[in-house]
Design a protein around this ligand. Sequence first.
Ligand code: SF4
Length: 705
Amino acid sequence: METKATCPYCGVGCGVLIEHDGARITGVRGDPEHPANFGRLCTKGATLHFTARPETRLLYPELRDTRGEARRRVGWDEALDSAAQRFADVITEHGPDAVAFYISGQLLTEDYYVFNKLMKGLIGSNNVDTNSRLCMSSAVAAYKQTLGADAPPCSYEDFAETDCLMIAGGNPSYAHPIAFRRIEDAKAARPDMKIIVVDPRRTDTAATADLHLPILPGTDIWLFNAMLNVLLWEGLVDNAFVRAHTEGFDALREHVREITPAVAAEVCGLGPKGADDIRTAALWWGEAPRAMSLWCQGLNQSTHGTHNGAALIALSLATGKIGKPGCGPFSMTGQPNAMGGREVGGLANLLSAHRDLANPEHRAEIARLWGVADVPATPGLTAVELFDAMHEGRIKALWIACTNPAQSLPEQERVREALARCDFVVLQEAYGNTESAPFADLLLPAATWGEKEGTVTNSERRITHVNRAIPAPGEARADWAIVCDFARKLGPLIGKPEAARMFGYAGPEPIFAEHAETTRGRDLDISGLSYAVLDGKGPQQWPFPEGAGEGRARLYADGRFPTADGRARFVVPTAKLTAERADARYPLHLTTGRLRDQWHGMSRTGKVARLYNHVDEARIELNADDMHLRGIRDGDLVRVKSRRGEIVLRAAASNEIRSGQAFVAMHWGSNALNSAGINVLTLREFDPYSKQPELKHATVQVEKA
Ligand code: SF4
């Protein structure tokens, strides 16, 4: 038998056909009908069935009454009664802002929706944030500041239409392989198409580029501003478009006046040819009939990630290359359903359907839709703030779902201290051996890929209905069902009997229908979508309002933007550099990123032996000159120290790395390293608008261990 679903790894959102016998998953193949991948899968997607092994799964709830004792097996009723009582006690004694949910871009949209509704609609706090904060919140803020709404305007099909593609802060050949195959196909079909890659490392993506700009970490804004300087100087700005459809260009023009290619080349560390290369990039962009950008965490995971995105988007707006085939700014999400989380407002500062917490009318609309008196106005704690508050004792009960903060958040030791200080930690997970599991007072077994039904939205706004192929093992349950049961138990304990009405869903389908209703009349209106429509027509891109025949591949074709006056905005960026600067003690710029064959903290991919064929152990990649200077040889164990901690890794010589820089893949956690993970080294400083931490960069020293 075959069941339609999507790959649960990256934001490309490839369709898969799960092969199974009704009890066990036996294989997987790409769905030839899915518009994201047309049957293709990368190494990770093609080995998904090897991860579906019950022996690696959490099978039943486990609870402990006090820290230090072993958890014991309990039934679901006892588990959720206990959780409801502990949360109710904290809420009663300390108020609703003393509890929090930390959830995941890997949850299905329906799961996300009920978590968000429970915290904001029933408990009365906005303390619900997710690991998507670490992934795409800077892109969200950049879209909202410039285009007026969190809506990536492009589609994958634009890769085949564009004449100039600038990939900045991304390595799609590893991080989004099937999207990259489409870029390679486009280049093969039209060799005149120009590809520019902006990345400190000479990655496999950069190796395919017509022009690689190996800028120093954190200098992206200088590059984009210098390109705008050239576009202005060469008369390549579309003044008619700027006049008719935008605001704020004069201030940005004034700002970039002195940021010439020569100035930017110096700041970006591009060497003697740098100014010419920046000029070439600008001319290719400006002279191409169709130009588009593609970005990912290299821009987002920065203390100025929002302005990185805004400066890149400005190139599309200044040249009027948006809303047309092969044009526009396009952010990729790291996770499979970060977009779905954004749509339901599943972050501490958002509300459902792209509404804003700060807007009283938006709060009133959501309160009416949920049938509650109000939605609290105070923004909740974002990921880093949340764990800081827990460290200080202000968060006393935490519910984690489908993510592993003890491995993935920056300043890992501080995060682990925070978890240890929290009075009550619930972990809802498919796997029981993650780094966060030892901190859990209550472990709840969750269904995972192939075992539950719902929807996901990929990076091009395409919603897919994913189906359950087999039952979850043991007593594992769907995430939405766990949340709704908990909500119904919690409600009466905090004086909110309406919980029974609010969370009385019979399955995921009515949750989707309610979510779709909240979008009616909004920029992402999907009031025309249902499971039946998605099954009949296949995956669809939003918006898809009631009565629509199909989704929309491209936004802003009419030049109107979802701002109050319909005009897009130019933002004058704050041209900061990295939060940490290299010095004599910490002389190397460490950057982080993905491997081709691993995913996140490896709780899934780490179980597949063949996925270690590409890279088989944790290592730090260094330039040969830097190794020679320190007497380090390829394969030596080295001690890597930052201002926050140290880890031991094997050194690997790499010709992708410039002297003065180093690279460690983000995946390796304590399980893989047999010591602490990479995020012992990273820092928790974050962007002031998006609150996304600078996970991409830290300064380190490296010495032979
Ligand atoms: Fe899965 Fe992404 Fe690979 Fe597609 S490209 S198969 S979504 S990991």
